[in-house]
Design a protein around this ligand. Sequence first.
Ligand SMILES: N[C@@H](CCC(=O)N[C@@H](CS)C(=O)NCC(=O)O)C(=O)O
Length: 214
Amino acid sequence: MPEAITIWTYDWVPEGPRGFVRDLRLRWACEEAGLPYAVRTVAFDDRETNHLGRQPFGQVPMIEDGDIALFESGACLIHLARKSETLMPRDAGAEAEVLQWVLSALNSIEMVSVPWWFLTITGDVDNKLTGWLDTRLRQLENVLAKREWLAASRFTAADLIMADVLRVAKLRAHGDRPATEAYVARVTARPAFAKARADQLAHFAAADETRKGD
Ligand SMILES: N[C@@H](CCC(=O)N[C@@H](CS)C(=O)NCC(=O)O)C(=O)O
């Protein structure tokens, strides 16, 4: 039995982000790969200062794997993917393609989608990021119209992270991108995603009970 990986998340978060806190990416990866893992927590309250030794921005997630401690969900995902052919093929060319699309999800799509989403939910009626977002999403739609998976002609860590970036409700409801919508539905229909999501929701629901008792 390999030594268990530890995934770190918050002890509690408000309703809004539940099901989207980024430890889900790492839970999902471990579920896909059959890697045993434990979940541990840092306090959500005082998060800006209470775990800066583990995550210099006070965010989550982090992982520990033996002597290795990492933050940034993308870096953690790549670390996990290197342990599992399910997530990342051993072939050097296919591996490079997976890495390219993992970074693309984070640095070309999430880089604009998160600020766009934030402006939208904070009531910005003239969201100046919409044009930029629409261009990126249209370009990605063109890619997904021609292929089922981003890399290696099969599900990989690249699809896990791209679908996680794209599955945000406000993004899905914005515009009409049938290939992207089918892609998000296909990737998030995987049992490992359902398990990771249900476990995260249960984790925060249990935290509500603990808070009530405090
Ligand atoms: N680039 C970071 C972003 C991490 C991030 O935004 N985490 C959120 C939870 S999903 C968080 O900790 N938010 C609280 C905060 O920023 O104070 C990563 O991918 O790990």
